[in-house]
Design a protein around this ligand. Sequence first.
Ligand SMILES: [Ca+2]
Ligand SMILES: [Ca+2]
Ligand SMILES: [Ca+2]
Ligand SMILES: [Ca+2]
Length: 310
Amino acid sequence: MHKAKYSGVFIFALLMLNASFCLALQLEVSKVKSFPGREVTVNITVSDYNQENIAGTVFTLTYNSTFLTLRNISSNHFGNFLNQWSLVDPAPDPLPDTSVTVGGITYTRPLAHAVGTSQVMVAAARIKGGQPAVLMTFTFMINDVAGISDNVIPLSIQPSVVSDTSAGYKASGEQVPILYGMVEGETDPALAYPAYSPATVSGYIDATETFQDDDEDGMDDSWEIRYFADTETADALTDFDGDHYTDLQEFLNSVANLTDPNGADFVPNVANAAGGVGYNNPNTSKAFWNLMLPVLIHQHEKKQPQKNSP
Ligand SMILES: [Ca+2]
Ligand SMILES: [Ca+2]
Ligand SMILES: [Ca+2]
Ligand SMILES: [Ca+2]
């Protein structure tokens, strides 16, 4: 057992908002440690509104690229957005301005388009029904926490300025609302897709607490609790998912932002591919012999009488 050496901070919450009139948009940050190399997720949620009638969204997300790197954008609300994202570029970089064909339909608009290094413009349209309040989830990697003023990493989403004349906008640029609705059966496009939220929504990641390892197994306790609901399940030598990376190794790899040979993130409750950093080859490991030795001895003992019988 060894004491963890990490210092860091805890992202405990984050919040909202200057929501506009008839509905509230919020930014919510998941509770995770924010020491460098950890991920944090930020949800855009909507309340006070019938989510089934949300048809589309266009906004620009702004963040500090010194502290944060945008790794992924996902949504259970905007299904075609997700599909297009994964087809074009599953990597952490924002989507290029390109086209992609999904289900026989070619989409030519940028869906997530980097604007400088610390902004990404996102546009998405709904194809699913019965939607959750979480419209979209952003995953950020914490790059660094040094020099963060007041432990706050600001985030905001604001209306985008669109200048795509082929889509009907002025070449000089028009600010468009963040959220659009959909009125079933309405044939006038202006009425069928009412704008709901033109307001900027701001929030922040609050980084205030240090790495904590009360059971002294080298793993951050909140990381253990996140996966096992307690700190007893995992210790420095356990391998919960049996993938031949110890739980401690998975934690260390996770903190170092390493992935396995298949590119998957290390998590202690889902098996990772063999061969990554700290992989404990079962063919040569003590665990292997602990497993195999009784079998070999048993086979040997079975053979002895046969060999010695007349
Ligand atoms: Ca611990
Ligand atoms: Ca533990
Ligand atoms: Ca493991
Ligand atoms: Ca694993």
